[in-house]
Design a protein around this ligand. Structure first.
Ligand SMILES: NC(=O)c1ccc[n+]([C@@H]2O[C@H](COP(=O)([O-])OP(=O)(O)OC[C@H]3O[C@@H](n4cnc5c(N)ncnc54)[C@H](OP(=O)(O)O)[C@@H]3O)[C@@H](O)[C@H]2O)c1
Length: 363
């Protein structure tokens, strides 16, 4: 604690970290006290953008972790570094925000869970769409029985992710990004799980996964830029750009999830939620709660229609996490829960090798 506030260390001073800094700056109970990254210049840049003056900079995480007054660490490095960063933060006794993808392998995921359990620190994973206003509205409606029992959900991450993204050079490589589902599609996996369970703060428990992968973009040295509607030369993806997953849950519900990095169109994140008494398609509702309904009800809200981090509800996510820490309760999107979404992406990878359905949990 510094000045009665929870002190925050931001680790990995890139694109998404700017939004973490803003959110913690705006929360009355937190203060960003340190930023660490590979290069000091990035730390300085993020601090200047946010107008932070009283903040320390580090290029060594171990040194940053012992900076006085650090209570929370936001891990904003590329995904292949999350496991070692989160384990170090947990061992230092810090509460942790973990960016997606949580980890690159099942072994890393297990080691992270063990470290967090042992240290008894609080975590929240940045499946940030759980705080998107449409997601929150849909989840309230589901909990209020507007759809009855949920039996099928669909979510698709349709985004021709490309070299405009600061993380693309590593993210496109199999060694660092692993798969399209890990790099971007995990948001859709988590959404499908989240909507497949009726409880307001619960996601469905996955029991089986089957998946195919393919597409059109792997190895292609040309990319489409939907901001300018032009094609240009770019380093290729080293993994399949299209994955389609079927997921079964222990409550009997099922999901179909896809990630599509080959699509030639602006970013989209369509959702469909089918219940025994109603349906939600994006922000359109059909429900037994409206007898005699003649047309879809359109909910005027914020849709998950942009990949820009400034559009994502990081403020709501961080406010929620701070409340969890202050009230000593676990987040509904803590590592233990979010790991179940991540495990689905690993099950898909196993499925491409074995061509067989994969039972969960895998460990
Ligand atoms: N939840 C969401 O919706 C969302 C949105 C965007 C990104 N993300 C996730 O957030 C993470 C970061 O993505 P990004 O878009 O912010 O990428 P980015 O702009 O490339 O930022 C990554 C930062 O990590 C730093 N870094 C790299 N290697 C490092 C090392 N060995 N030690 C310390 N720092 C290192 C880089 O440092 P330097 O600048 O110092 O060289 C860079 O500033 C990824 O896991 C990504 O998937 C999540």
């Amino acid at each position: 604690m510094s000045d009665g506030k929870l002190g925050v260390l931001i680790h990995g001073a890139g694109w998404v970290s700017g939004e973490h800094i803003k959110a913690f700056n705006n929360n009355p109970h937190t203060e960003v006290v340190a930023i660490s990254s590979r290069r000091l210049e990035s730390c300085r840049q993020r601090a200047a953008e946010a107008g932070l003056e009283n903040v320390a900079f580090y290029t060594d995480l171990d040194k940053a972790l012992v900076h006085e007054g650090v209570d929370i660490v936001s891990v904003c490095t590329p995904q292949h570094l999350h496991a070692e960063n989160v384990i170090a933060a947990a061992q230092a006794g810090k509460h942790i925000v973990i960016e997606k993808a949580i980890a690159n392998t099942l072994e890393e995921l297990t080691a992270m869970r063990d470290a967090v359990n042992q240290a008894k620190v609080k975590t929240v994973v940045s499946f940030v769409l759980r705080w998107n206003p449409l997601f929150e509205t849909a989840k309230e409606l589901i909990a209020d029985d507007a759809l009855g029992d949920i039996y099928f959900t669909e979510a698709d991450y349709e985004h021709d992710i490309g070299s405009w993204w600061t993380g693309y050079e590593e993210g496109r490589q199999k060694k660092y990004g692993v798969s399209a589902m890990l790099v971007g599609g995990c948001h859709a996996v988590d959404a499908a799980r989240w909507f497949a369970e009726k409880g307001r703060n619960e996601a469905a428990i996955p029991t089986e996964v089957f998946a195919y992968s393919g597409g059109c973009r792997k190895g292609r040295e040309v990319e489409y830029d939907y901001f300018t509607n032009t094609w240009r030369k770019a380093p290729p993806l080293e993994y399949d750009d299209l994955e389609v997953l079927l997921v079964k849950y222990d409550n009997g519900a099922m999901s179909k999830v896809s990630v599509n990095f080959g699509c030639v169109m602006p970013y989209a994140f369509p959702i469909e939620i089918f219940g025994t008494k109603g349906t939600i398609r994006d922000n359109h509702l059909w429900s037994h709660k409206f007898p005699g309904q003649k047309d879809w009800i359109t909910i005027p809200t914020v849709l998950p229609e942009s990949a820009d981090v400034t559009h994502h509800p990081f403020q709501r996510q961080m406010d929620h996490f701070v409340e969890c820490i202050l009230n000593d309760r676990e987040s509904h999107c803590n590592l233990a829960d979010a790991a179940l979404s991540q495990e689905i992406t690993f099950a898909a990878l196993r499925c491409y090798e074995t061509k067989q359905p994969v039972q969960l949990p895998m460990t």
